[in-house]
Design a protein around this ligand. Structure first.
Ligand SMILES: [Zn+2]
Length: 416
């Protein structure tokens, strides 16, 4: 069986024939020359219609999937056409490549699939290619996927941000969080009104107007645009972020108090208490429980802040928005009298966003923000994997590639 027979089986295109396969002079690569089929006209790459030939460019090498430890290249001299429709001399379109890159489409899809399982660097090493080529492959596959994905009806979205570099460099991520369909819909640079606006533009009014639930944190630019653009949707403040903010406040109280105790030369009772206090008390082991109980006997701001935080957890047990509201008001009232500034700040913010918090109960807890949280954790894992260069463009591609559930370009064969 010859190589060309195999290629005709898995990578055949009308209008072109495989002519000859041979080793390169150093025997590291297999080179297969491709020719136009006799009598078949070249296709203009601008208008995608056949057009009369003009001339032929020097032979180019298109990298194909490596085979038994040999690099494989398709060699082809591209024709130019004199296209009357476009009124220009245009290079022809070839079905195995995208016109911009030296990798064949089949090889790009192959590399991009591996780049979802391995880091881009590992993918490059595994197939003895460069990081840049893996980047090209993912870029090609993601661009195709974004162009060809169907948005369909989107009932619920979750908006979140992640920090991707030092110095307040954030990304805004929008997820679809419907029951049964969760995927990354959009990535935007920064977390400003201007950047978030890009999401609404990208989705189009038709999709946006049908969104029934929006889940977000308390970041003001998000709140503002959601109010404007999704005025019909039920906007729910993300439970996870409320708890996270409260933990931050508690941690601040603890750090301040630890410092004060140290300065005053008192017994360092708060030493190593950080995780005891931040973890949900149900998740503590017996030994930790004992230490926590011991700690709670002290009359400390940290202890009072901790008790307020623990008491707040009860909010999520309510089913009725009215009762949840009563509880929330009472908790805020108590906290405002606590004379613990970071906790008072939380209470003020909860009062400001009271209605959005109660929407969580109005949505009958259908939308667990845990979904957003889960997706965001995956996004962070994606981000942490080494992609070589942590630029916005690389992250954007990596995130769409691993979380977007994008369709893949059609392939002549499944090159697994
Ligand atoms: Zn044309």
């Amino acid at each position: 069986m010859e190589l060309i027979t195999i290629l005709n089986r898995c990578h055949r295109f009308r209008g072109f024939v495989y002519h000859r396969a041979a080793f390169s002079p150093d025997h590291k690569s297999i080179e297969i020359s491709v020719r136009p089929r006799k009598g078949s006209a070249a296709v203009c790459s601008r208008c995608h219609q056949p057009a009369p030939g003009y001339d032929q460019l020097p032979e180019r090498r298109f990298e194909f999937i490596p085979f038994w430890g040999f690099f494989v290249f398709l060699l082809y001299a591209m024709r130019r056409v004199d296209c009357r429709r476009c009124a220009a001399v245009v290079v022809e379109e070839v079905p195995w490549a995208d016109g911009k890159r030296t990798l064949t489409k089949a090889y790009m899809l192959f590399l991009a699939r591996w780049a979802r399982r391995l880091s881009w660097k590992e993918t490059a090493q595994a197939f003895r290619t460069s990081w840049e080529k893996v980047f090209d492959a993912v870029e090609h596959v993601v661009a195709w996927g974004l162009e060809h994905r169907s948005l369909g009806q989107i009932d619920a979205i979750g908006v979140d941000e992640i920090q991707y570099a030092k110095g307040h460099k954030y990304l805004t991520l929008v997820y679809q969080i419907d029951l049964g369909v969760t995927r990354l819909l959009w990535v935007g640079k920064e977390r400003t009104i201007a950047s978030f606006q890009g999401f609404f533009t990208a989705m189009g009014q038709d999709v946006i107007s049908k969104i029934a639930f929006v889940c977000s944190d308390m970041w003001e630019p998000y709140l503002k645009l959601i109010r404007e653009k999704c005025s019909e949707a039920l906007h729910i403040l993300d439970r996870f972020h409320i708890v996270a903010n409260m933990n931050k406040a508690l941690d601040k109280v603890r750090a301040e108090e630890t410092g004060r105790i140290k300065r005053e030369g008192r017994d360092p009772v708060l030493k190593k208490s950080r995780w005891l206090l931040l973890r949900h008390s149900e998740n503590l082991g017996p030994e930790q429980h004992f230490r926590l109980r011991d700690l709670l006997r002290y009359n400390l701001k940290t202890v009072r802040a901790y008790l307020l935080k623990e008491a707040f957890q009860q909010l999520w047990e309510y089913n009725s928005p009215a009762w949840a509201g009563k509880f929330l008001d009472e908790w805020c009232r108590q906290t405002m009298r606590s004379r613990i500034d970071p906790m008072k700040k939380i209470a003020r913010s909860l009062r400001t966003h009271r209605e959005l918090i109660l929407n969580y109960f109005r949505a009958q807890k259908l939308l667990s923000s845990g979904v957003v949280e889960g997706l965001n954790n995956k996004a962070k894992v994606t981000m942490r994997r080494s992609y070589g260069f942590r630029t916005y463009r690389v992250l954007e591609l990596a995130l769409y590639h691993s979380l977007g559930k994008l369709p893949e370009p059609e392939s002549t064969h499944d090159f697994f």
